[in-house]
Write a protein that binds this ligand. Sequence first.
Ligand SMILES: C[S@@+](CC[C@H](N)C(=O)[O-])C[C@H]1O[C@@H](n2cnc3c(N)ncnc32)[C@H](O)[C@@H]1O
Length: 233
Amino acid sequence: MTDETAARVATLPAPPPAAAALFGAAMPTIGRYAGILAAAGVERGLIGPREVPRLWDRHLMNCAAVAELIPSGAHVVDVGSGAGLPGVVLAIARPDLRVSLVEPLLRRTVFLAETVEALGLRNVEVLRNRAEDWAGRLAADVVTARAVAPLERLVGWCLPLVRPGGMMLALKGESAAAELAQVADSLRGQGAAHWDVVEVGAVLGDAATRIVRIELGRQGFVPPRKTARGKRR
Ligand SMILES: C[S@@+](CC[C@H](N)C(=O)[O-])C[C@H]1O[C@@H](n2cnc3c(N)ncnc32)[C@H](O)[C@@H]1O
């Protein structure tokens, strides 16, 4: 480890007390993941150096809070996983889940595969490619996405990966209600039965966040019809 990396890793704070409630027996593993993000994650450009002092509340705990919306034993597809947020965090916090990390950039999938191996996570697979390329090939109980795209685009990428009766969860924070309002009119036509904004992790203070939840009906995703000019609507 270079002196610069060691100095940066030293800015990683101790886990806040609330982390133990979220991660329980997985505290040692999430601690090792925090160390990987602070060292290799920054060196390889997957997260910014200024994120290290706020890794616990802004990233790890914020992502783990989403677990409260995910049913036991679910297959979760995390679209645009980047350095593994929220997918790796969910896999650590919830060993009952099966998690597929979808990420198009080779550099990031190599980091993800190495991280999964280093942490000994047996419930995670790394899938290279864009979310759009997996339509018709994945049918997850839950599809998650954080900081990937505006909701309008995200709906088109994520809903085709959700099984009938399953849901997508977009971690959106402050913009959740406004983004949902922009797409709400189009959702029923795409097979959605219910949608709302849910606040998770309220007891975590700064780590609380807002999620757009969109649940598909029993008939599943309905692809938008093509217009006469071939455009989708
Ligand atoms: C800003 S990063 C966010 C990463 C991570 N979710 C987080 O919260 O830190 C956006 C990620 O989405 C990925 N991405 C962009 N377009 C995508 C697509 N069409 N399908 C899947 N992932 C995509 C990028 O490669 C990048 O890793």
